[in-house]
Structures are given as structure tokens and as C-alpha cells.
Design a binder for this molecule. Structure first.
Ligand code: URA
Length: 201
């Protein structure tokens, strides 16, 4: 049988544009999650943005709309980044965001993606990043931390700049976690200021 990660590598490497990459994902048949999903959730925001947000996986609202981070966590994410002047709706690369997830399909009952599912999406994420070429990547939550830095433990990793996908990576806790644990917002604010400082050079 074909190795799902190798199939993903070959499909992703063949993509020369974002529309190629979306089509390659649409044609990828080795991820179980695809069967239960209504839509492929590819990306939102401005591909010219300096900042790339890497989330985990679509939830119910995202699956219905086909856009990442449009539910409650997404609305909170928008407010967080608005606090440092960044928005997915901005046309200016300096003040915009590009928003994606590791998984383009909603997991059943919003369960966490399995390590093998993350591994088969990683080549697509890496190619996506290479095509768009952002300046910095913010990874939100453990699924994204695993995809970017091959580690877990977001509560320990948050706020510490690292290198992943050939880019500076800032791990942050997921906005859904912040909604459940408001006490963690203080640290998230510190992380946003660290991002702002990085962008100001
Ligand atoms: N959580 C995520 O990680 N991504 C989404 O798109 C929505 C919720």
C-alpha cells in the first residue's frame, strides 16, 4: 500500500500555486477525516500578510462555511490580533493576517487530530508556507505545535520563539483554550506584544 506521507509529499511538491495546492488537497484520499467533512477548509485572509496563523482543525462553523476560524474561537482570535493592529480583512501586508489550519477537514466530534493525521498534512502545510512565504508564523495549540516543531506541551512552549518550516515560529495557546481559561489571557497578551516587537524589528 502507498505510504500516505509520501503520497502527500509528492502531491504537495507538485503544486506551483495556491490553487494547485488546494486542488492537490482536494484530491488527497488518505485522510479519514475527509469522509466526514462537508467542506475543505483551506485558508482565509491576505496571502501577502507578514504574519501567518496556523490553527488546528475546523470545527462545526468552519466546516459549514469552508473558512477557518469563523466560530467563537475565531471571533476571539480576530479580537486578539486586532489589539495589535492585525486583521484578516486588511489589504496591507503590514497589518493583515493569513489564516490556516493544519487539518483542512473537521475531525468527528472535534476530536484532536492523531499524530499520523498531522504527519500526512505536514507536507501540504510546508508547501503552503513555501508558496506564500510569510515572515513569521504563529502556531496556536498542540496540533500546530506538533506540525511546526515536532513537539507537544503548548503551555510550556508558548511565548518562546523557535524555528519551523524555515521561519521564525511563535507558539501561543489556542483561542478556544483562552475562552475556557481566562486567566491565561495575561500570558497571551505578552505573546502578542512579543509578536508586535518582532514585526517592528
Ligand atoms: N479552531 C481551530 O484551530 N481552527 C479553526 O479553524 C477553528 C477552530
Amino acid at each position: 500500500a502507498a505510504d500516505p506521507v509520501m503520497v502527500a509529499e509528492i502531491a504537495a511538491q507538485g503544486a506551483r500555486s495556491l490553487s494547485d495546492l488546494r486542488a492537490a488537497l482536494g484530491g488527497y484520499e488518505h485522510c479519514e477525516l475527509k469522509k466526514g467533512a462537508r467542506n475543505l477548509v483551506f485558508a482565509d485572509g491576505n496571502p501577502a500578510a507578514r504574519v501567518w496563523i496556523l490553527g488546528e482543525a475546523p470545527g462545526r462553523d468552519e466546516d459549514l462555511e469552508g473558512r477557518p476560524f469563523v466560530g467563537r474561537a475565531g471571533q476571539f482570535l480576530d479580537r486578539m490580533f486586532a489589539a495589535i493592529g492585525l486583521s484578516r480583512d486588511s489589504a496591507d501586508p503590514a497589518t493583515s493576517l493569513y489564516i490556516t489550519n493544519v487539518m483542512p477537514w473537521r475531525p468527528p466530534q472535534n476530536r484532536d487530530p492523531e499524530p499520523d493525521e498531522i504527519a500526512m498534512m505536514r507536507p501540504f502545510v510546508a508547501r503552503h508556507i513555501a508558496l506564500v512565504d510569510p515572515e513569521v508564523i504563529v502556531v496556536m495549540g498542540n496540533t500546530s505545535l506538533r506540525a511546526a516543531l515536532n513537539t507537544t506541551g503548548i503551555l510550556r512552549a508558548r511565548g518562546q520563539w523557535a524555528q519551523g518550516f524555515g521561519k521564525p515560529v511563535l507558539p501561543m495557546v489556542h483561542p478556544a483554550y483562552l475562552l475556557r481559561n481566562p486567566a491565561a489571557k495575561r500570558e497571551a497578551w505578552a505573546d502578542l506584544l512579543s509578536l508586535q516587537a518582532k514585526l517592528r524589528g
